[in-house]
Structures are given as C-alpha cells and as structure tokens.
Design a protein around this ligand. Structure first.
Ligand code: ADP
Ligand code: ADP
Length: 225
C-alpha cells in the first residue's frame, strides 16, 4: 500500500540553526516507526513537520496523498484533530479533570455525548491497565499511570497516526518499556500507525522499523544497521 505520510527533502532552520537538512521519510499505514538519534539531530522538528504543527522552509510533507503545505490552517487543524493523536513527554493532561474525563475529552470536543465518550474512555483505561485512576485527577497518578492515560487519550479518536515525542522520557526504563508495549499493542489493534521519537534503544526496539537521525536527516539504512 502507498505510504500514509511522506516527508520529501524537508529542510527547516531556526535562525542560524539548521534543524533539518533534506530529511526524507515514509510512514506506512499501521506501522510503528521509531525515530532515533542524538539530541538535536532533528527528530522532534521532523515530527512537528509531519504532524502539520510546523511548516518546513523547503521540501514537501504529504498525508494520504495530500500536500500538507497546500492546506489552510483550518484544514490542517481539522486533520490534526481527526486523523492524528499525540503523546508528549509529560502527559499534558488537564489537571482539573479526572483521568477518565481527560481521556474522553477529544471525543467530547468532537461533539460526542458524555456517556458514550466516557464509556469508551473507561474501556481504553482498562486496556491500558489503569482503571484504578479513572476517577482520580492526573496529579494523583504516578508518572507511568499518567502516560498510560495520555496514551488512552491519544487513541480514543482511533487516529490514523499517533505521534509520540519521547513519551517515556520522564519514566524509568522498566515503566517506559511497559507503556510503549501497551501503546504499540493498542495502536495495532486499532490499525493506527505510530511515529515514536526516542533516544532509548530499548524503546526503539519495540517498533516495527527504526530510522536513525543524524545532523537533520535520516542516516541511510545500510549505515544505520
Ligand atoms: P531532537 O528532537 O533530535 O533532539 P530537535 O528537532 O528538537 O532535535 O532540534 C534540532 C535542532 O533545532 C536543535 O539544535 C534545537 O535546539 C533546534 N530547535 C528546535 N526547535 C527550535 C525552536 N523552536 N527554536 C530554535 N531552535 C530550535
Ligand atoms: P526534544 O526533547 O523532543 O528534542 P526539546 O525539549 O528539545 O524537545 O524541545 C521542546 C520544544 O522546544 C519543541 O517544541 C522544540 O521545537 C522547542 N525547542 C527546542 N530547542 C529550542 C531552542 N533552542 N530554542 C527554542 N525552542 C526550542
């Protein structure tokens, strides 16, 4: 099948810093792809370009055959809400809501009524083995529990792609690996692709495919392996 996401010769600078220099990447439907490489090699910047949060200076980003750069801001944000899910290093959960309400939130914002949204949120929390924090606020959950809640929130809209930027960066490696294994399994059940940025080898090893970054571009596979 054709790739779902394509970055083609993408460059991006911040002032004098060239974060991406001719980066190319393809993400296929349902695959779990890890982007690895040293800090500052451009992984997050590429993730932001792929997810339409950041516009490249040159090159092309395509999603499902459409050129992201040709879409207006509104179309891009509609696409982000509908087709993409996000998990960040620190859960970024809403502190005033319960964990259950946090997971239900993307559906509530899309117009789903409370009861069916929270029903699905409860099922996802169970799938991620964190039903016990459903009624608690994120501040009362542990780091690992909070990240599982964040994963559930990213999954609830059944996105085509989940973008995860160092989602285990704040966890110890045992906890981190558990969260990633659950993320990968739950994403695969739903057919969601995952683009996972991580500098941890053990975490990257959970992916179907690893792309190593260096100096703003992917290292050719023959060199990386
Ligand atoms: P990685 O995710 O591999 O650590 P990043 O994509 O975050 O790398 O960053 C690549 C380079 O671009 C780094 O030198 C970083 O400091 C710089 N950079 C990233 N985002 C910004 C920004 N918004 N403003 C200025 N510099 C940035
Ligand atoms: P990561 O750990 O994923 O590489 P960072 O902590 O470097 O991410 O960056 C977090 C956020 O800050 C990102 O949105 C990135 O674009 C931005 N950023 C990174 N480096 C710089 C920088 N030198 N100046 C301003 N913003 C930056």
């Amino acid at each position: 099948s054709p790739p779902l996401l394509v970055a083609d010769d993408v460059s991006k600078s911040f002032g004098a810093t060239q974060a991406l220099s001719g980066a190319s990447l393809q993400v296929f439907p349902g695959e779990v792809l890890a982007l690895t490489g040293p800090s500052g090699s451009g992984k997050s910047t590429l993730l932001h370009c792929l997810s339409g949060i950041l516009m490249p200076d040159s090159g092309r980003v395509g999603y499902d055959g459409r050129d992201l750069g040709a879409l207006g801001d509104r179309e891009r944000s509609t696409l982000r809400r509908g087709a993409f899910g996000f998990v960040f290093q620190f859960g970024q959960l809403v502190p005033e809501l319960t964990c259950l309400e946090n997971v239900a939130l993307p559906l509530r914002l899309a117009g789903t009524r409370r009861r069916p949204a929270e029903q699905l949120a409860g099922e996802l929390l169970a799938r991620l083995h964190v039903s016990d924090v459903a009624a608690k606020r994120p501040g009362q959950a542990s780091g690992g529990q909070g990240q599982r809640v964040a994963v559930a929130r990213a999954l609830i809209t059944t996105p085509r792609v989940i973008f995860a930027d160092e989602p285990t960066g704040a966890l110890d490696s045992r906890n981190g690996e558990q969260v990633i294994r659950l993320l990968v399994a739950a994403a695969k059940e739903r057919g969601s692709a995952v683009v996972l940025v991580t500098h941890e080898e053990r975490i990257a090893a959970c992916a179907d495919r690893i792309v190593a970054f260096q100096d703003g571009a992917a290292v050719p596979a023959a060199v990386a392996r």
